[in-house]
Design a protein around this ligand. Structure first.
Ligand SMILES: Nc1ncnc2c1ncn2[C@@H]1O[C@H](COP(=O)(O)OP(=O)(O)OP(=O)(O)O)[C@@H](O)[C@H]1O
Ligand SMILES: [Mg+2]
Length: 310
């Protein structure tokens, strides 16, 4: 998995509980030690980066260590922020007469299923486009796979939606192409351009990569296979797999030896099924990874495996 840190945006995904947060935090720590300016973003509603770093992390970037910031994005908060912004924009576009009705429509739209996801994605989009110049590497610790893949597909969905809105606005005005005098068309064009920029960065293997974390067990292997297929479909590049919690090879303990033999079957399956993917193996540590003292060794192991020097 050499060269992973040449990217500007990394996503850590995988099944629930396999070690996404641990690996994302460890990678962020390793990168910050190597001199990158790193923002570690949690998009999982059940945030746990603040647990690992043992300090509160807010909805705005919080400095954790030299070169390392944390951010926990909350969909409901982002949705409220988004609605406020849209209302501000609308206030500038429309007269008072219809403002009340427009606000009602916006509130209605904000309560629709999926609205929070769009708001979350909007915030992520800004970070992916590199709008915050303080950072040159953004690492996303994501929610379990399904949710994250929906987010990755979002540009495609929003693209179709903006195109449709643009078409209907043009039809309404009776114009073809851009109309720089119509604030709504201008705003749609602006959104469209930003979305294209975002899409280009998300799809470019030089800028972004997805890292799938799994453990050598049956269900995580199946989920990884499914995620790989879907990521390949969306065009987001997979940087590699982190195979986490691998038991020690040598052991005098009969129980552990039996567990290790069972695990070997899955390790062989991983090697066979994901032969063409770069893979990194992380050992099972004695204790939970919690706090900087225990995160350090994970960061070192990941750094060594991905060719990062600090
Ligand atoms: N290699 C490891 N050795 C020992 N403990 C580990 C290792 N990797 C992760 N853990 C522990 O496993 C638990 C789950 O890890 P983590 O929270 O990183 O998973 P996750 O994929 O982010 O979970 P969720 O899907 O709930 O967000 C944590 O208690 C963590 O400390
Ligand atoms: Mg997590």
């Amino acid at each position: 998995m050499q060269g992973l840190l040449d990217r500007e945006v990394l996503f850590f995904g995988g099944k629930g509980g396999v070690g996404k947060t641990t690996c994302a935090a460890a990678m962020a720590l390793a990168a910050s030690r190597a001199g990158r300016k790193v923002l570690l973003v949690s998009t999982d509603p059940a945030h746990s980066t603040s647990d690992i770093f043992e300090r509160p992390i807010g909805a705005d970037p919080t400095e954790l260590l030299p070169n390392l910031w944390g951010l926990e994005i909350d969909a409901a908060t982002e949705s409220a922020r988004y609605v406020r912004e849209v209302k501000d924009r609308v206030r500038d576009l429309f007269g008072h007469a219809i403002l009340k009705e427009a606000y009602k429509q916006i509130d209605l739209a904000a309560s629709m299923p999926g609205a929070e996801e769009v708001a979350l994605f909007d915030r992520m989009g800004g970070l992916i486009r590199g709008e915050d110049a303080r950072f040159n590497l953004v690492i996303f610790d994501t929610a379990p796979t399904g949710h994250t893949l929906r987010l990755v597909k979002m540009p495609e969905l929003m693209d179709a939606w903006i195109r449709a809105l643009t078409r209907s606005r043009r039809a309404m005005l009776g114009v073809e192409g851009d109309d720089k005098n119509d604030p709504i068309l201008v705003s749609l064009k602006d959104r469209f351009d930003r979305l294209q920029g975002l899409r280009a960065r998300l799809m470019s293997g030089r800028t972004s990569a997805f890292v799938l974390v799994l453990i050598p067990e049956r269900l995580p292997i199946e989920e990884t296979a499914r995620a790989l297929t879907q990521l390949d479909e969306t065009g987001v590049k997979v940087g590699g797999l982190v195979v986490n919690r691998v038991l020690p090879r040598e052991t005098a303990d009969a129980f552990l030896a039996a567990r290790r033999a069972q695990e070997q079957i899955y390790l062989d399956e991983i090697a066979a099924r994901f032969a063409d993917r770069p893979r990194v193996y992380l050992p099972q540590f004695r204790r939970d990874v919690y706090g900087l003292a225990s995160l350090g060794p994970v960061a070192d192991a990941l750094a060594a495996a991905t060719g990062v020097s600090s």
